[in-house]
Design a protein around this ligand. Structure first.
Ligand code: DUC
Ligand code: ZN
Ligand code: ZN
Ligand code: ZN
Length: 465
């Protein structure tokens, strides 16, 4: 099957081009101005549209068991929502398995979750819940045989690692060609704050945020950066940055040549701590929590000046219904996480590109090309060159619509962005040449998505194309 995307503006991480794209089967076959084809080729008229690499969301938690609950989006509903929002690849952060389980055990579990379910392509980040010789040995085969070239460490929650284990993980993962990702929050600081709030009977949703203020995150960021330096400058990727002080530490490390990259998420760019004061404040409980409004502006500076590398969602869905049942009396009983995989692209386009903060090309860099480069997917993905997968999103830059959960495709019962008016929407999504979403509706199928063996970590410094 051949398709020609004609008359649009191609946008990649290097700029904008008046060119057409010829797709043959699953791949991009040709990229040039004025491609002429015979009538066996289906022509898609992209006049007035941006033609961009499909979105890559490198932070989701589909079907995750967080101990007190299981997130309600599985690999089908989660990737269906991704497709409708212009995202053609997700890399899911595996959750914890049984105590003492191996990396391979958890990988097999996640393959079972995703096989026959995913509607777009997918990969997994490994999860390190303890360190011993067996885990350190397994890491090499995970990278070289299983296509798992990044791993997540938690500094809080049940399986937090201590500094010695963090060092051992960073050092070994560097050796085997993997990128270490970290959820940085100081667990002891949070426990101390929470105990004091509980003693005072302070259990409303706002105290979720006040139990883990930004210093808890900033301390853990600075500590992990220094541990990565100690581990022979091990490459480090900081997930879901929520505030400015941590970004300053990251800038300092980047300036000194350290291999450190950082992700933020739409919720930290667009929602603030006052949401916890609303009657439905439980809808916004996630970690790190939403921050005071001044922090949002600091993150937008990082989006614009290049110091933030990627925008992902941390999509992790627990219905409002369930939150109310579990946590009406106490924020600390609320499962943590927000949905967002379907609206990442339109939110960043609207508040980034349409509002003049960033260029379309920077948008592509943040949502697709840098994620692909950091996580071993490039140039198969995140790229519009011949030979790449035909993963594309066609964006209508002037289209103005309001986010309403009733039109979304996840299994949640609310959207944290309900009523947000966005300018710029995905109108067609192709994953390996197949149309998986059209005008915000799902046209794909469960099981179309393919597991992607990601390459070992290599540092790509330029924009690469
Ligand atoms: N934070 C959340 O809010 N949810 C999922 C995991 C996490 O770190
Ligand atoms: Zn996290
Ligand atoms: Zn997460
Ligand atoms: Zn629909």
């Amino acid at each position: 099957m051949k398709r020609l995307i004609k008359g649009g503006t191609l946008v990649d991480a290097t700029g904008e081009y008046q060119q057409d794209l010829l797709i043959q089967g699953e791949h991009i076959a040709q990229r040039a101005a004025g491609i002429v084809v015979d009538d066996t080729v289906e022509v898609i008229d992209a006049t007035g549209l941006y033609v961009m690499p499909g979105g890559i969301d490198v932070h989701t938690h589909f079907n995750i068991d967080v101990g007190i609950a299981r997130s309600c989006d599985d690999f089908f509903s989660g990737t269906r929502a991704a497709a409708c929002g212009g995202t053609t690849t997700i890399v899911d952060h595996m959750g914890f398995g049984p105590q003492g389980c191996s990396l391979h055990h958890q990988l097999a579990t996640y393959h079972r979750y995703a096989e026959g379910q995913a509607a777009v392509d997918y990969g997994f980040h490994g999860v390190i819940q303890h360190i011993d010789d067996e885990i350190l040995t397994e890491m090499a085969a995970m990278v070289s045989e299983e296509g798992i070239s990044s791993f997540k460490l938690y500094l809080t929650y049940q399986y937090k690692l201590d500094d010695g284990d963090i060092l051992r993980a960073l050092s070994r993962l560097r050796e085997v060609g993997a990128l270490t990702t970290v959820h940085p929050e100081n667990d002891a600081a949070i426990a101390w704050r929470r105990a004091e709030l509980h003693r005072q009977g302070k259990t409303a949703p706002i105290y979720h945020a006040l139990s883990r203020p930004l210093e808890c995150e900033a301390e853990a960021i600075a500590r992990t950066i220094n541990l990565a330096r100690l581990a022979d400058n091990a490459p480090l990727y900081i997930v879901h940055l929520s505030h400015g002080l941590g970004l300053d530490y990251i800038r300092l490390a980047k300036r000194s040549g350290q291999k450190v990259w950082v992700e933020t998420c739409p919720q930290y760019l667009l929602l603030d701590i006052n949401h916890y004061l609303r009657a439905d404040g439980l809808k916004y409980i996630l970690s790190p929590p939403l921050r005071p409004h001044a922090e949002l502006d600091k993150l937008w500076v990082g989006i614009a000046d290049g110091s933030i590398d990627t925008v992902a969602t941390d999509h992790c869905t627990f219905p409002y219904r369930l939150r109310q049942q579990m946590a009406q009396q106490d924020f600390s009983r609320c499962p943590n996480g927000l949905p967002g995989v379907e609206n990442r692209m339109t939110l960043l386009f609207s508040h980034g590109v349409a509002s003049g903060r960033i260029s379309p090309s920077r948008f592509v860099e943040l949502t697709s090309t840098r994620p692909a480069q950091l996580f071993g997917l490039w140039p198969q993905k995140g790229c519009l060159e011949p030979g790449a997968d035909a993963d594309l999103v066609l964006f209508e830059p002037q289209l103005q619509q309001t986010i309403q959960h009733q039109h979304l495709h996840d299994n949640a019962d609310y959207s944290p962005y309900e009523g947000f008016s966005c300018q710029g929407w995905p109108v067609l999504t192709l994953c390996r040449g197949e149309i998986v979403a059209k005008q915000g509706h799902f046209t794909g199928r469960a099981g179309y998505g393919r597991f992607i063996h990601r390459r070992p970590f290599v540092e790509i410094k330029d924009k690469g194309e």
